[in-house]
Design a protein. Structure first.
Length: 277
């Protein structure tokens, strides 16, 4: 059992708890993106184990008839071991997902992983005719070129601002610059993509801009936010738009929870209040 203090951001330790949370979301028209917490494995054993856990989760999603997809971190399934391990495990997961008709997202990690992640995405999304999506980061200078490549591929693309502290030589460092790039990439996606656009942001300004672009171009899109962040907005948006909540679960919840409370002072206050009560 995870302590109540962490349960705002993490659905529980087990797949059953993640699916219970999914049921509540589905009742409010929000779909789930399930993520088993874990990353940066340097040996094949734990990477294979987590890949296997995802395969079992796909069975559970199917049995529960849940409106849910999954999202996998490359270093969780072997990218820090060897690119071929990552590729093999992702293929195993996407093959199993295709049988159950469940969509698979590939999260994006730091810039050293971008090429391997995009190459594997391209291969798998062609194999599974669009049953796979990849995340792309507005703070990286290379993203303009990457989006041109992605425009010609089936599947979905989740645009985020970028969570990793990248060197200035390859990344935008100022918040305003990243926001401007995010808008510019949204414009490109709404103009050039046939659909499959995911706005992975809590920022009301970016979501509003995506809505405007949708009105202008008619291209389909979805909004994705994290569990525990602007949940009222998620439910409200779900009355009109397709909304997904990213739902982390699993035994490795502590470092994820720590990241969430450190990134925003309101989250820290929430944690302190929960301890005091
Ligand atoms: P920010 O720029 O952090 O904030 C902008 C505005 O949003 C704030 O001023 C406020 O109005 C609102 N806001 C933001 N947070 C809160 C809050 N806690 N409560 C209330 N209002 C808030 N990054 C990666 O690098 N790789 C990934 O694979 C990846 N996947 C992601 C998947 C999803 C579904 C999401 C939502 C994010 C993901 N990220 C990923 C993280 C992302 O890169 C950003 O670091 C993170 O989302 C913060 O940027 P933002 O656009 O949400 O808003």
């Amino acid at each position: 059992m995870i302590p109540p203090i962490a349960s705002k951001f993490v659905a529980g330790e087990s797949p059953a708890e993640a699916l219970e949370h999914t049921r509540h979301l589905n009742d409010r028209n929000v779909k789930a993106i399930l993520n088993l917490l874990g990353e940066h494995y340097h040996e094949r054993g734990p990477a294979d184990e987590d890949a296997e856990a995802y395969v079992r989760l796909l069975e559970d999603i199917d049995t529960a008839e849940a409106e849910a997809c999954i999202s996998v971190k490359p270093s969780q399934v072997g990218l820090d071991v060897e690119t071929t391990v990552f590729r093999e495990n992702m293929e195993r997961i996407t093959d199993a997902a295709a049988k159950k008709d469940v969509f698979v997202w590939i999260d994006m990690e730091d810039h050293e992983t971008t090429d391997a992640t995009l190459d594997t995405f391209e291969e798998l999304t062609r194999k599974h005719e669009g049953g796979v999506g990849v995340c792309i980061q507005a703070n990286l200078k290379r993203t303009e070129e990457d989006l041109k490549r992605l425009a010609d591929l089936p599947g979905k693309v989740r645009l985020v601002k970028g969570a990793y502290d990248e060197p200035e030589s390859i990344a935008l460092k100022e918040k305003e610059e990243v926001n401007a790039a995010y808008r510019e990439y949204l414009e490109f996606m709404f103009e050039e993509f046939d659909g499959g656009i995911a706005v992975g942001s809590h920022d009301p300004a970016m979501i509003e801009y995506a809505k405007e672009l949708h009105e202008e171009h008619g291209t389909d899109f979805e909004i994705q936010m994290l569990m525990g962040v602007r949940e009222d907005a998620q439910y409200e948006l779900a009355e009109e738009y397709e909304v997904y909540q990213y739902v982390p679960y699993g035994g490795k919840w502590l470092s994820y929870f720590y990241r969430r409370i450190m990134e925003r002072k309101e989250n820290l206050l929430f944690a302190v209040r929960a301890i005091l009560s």
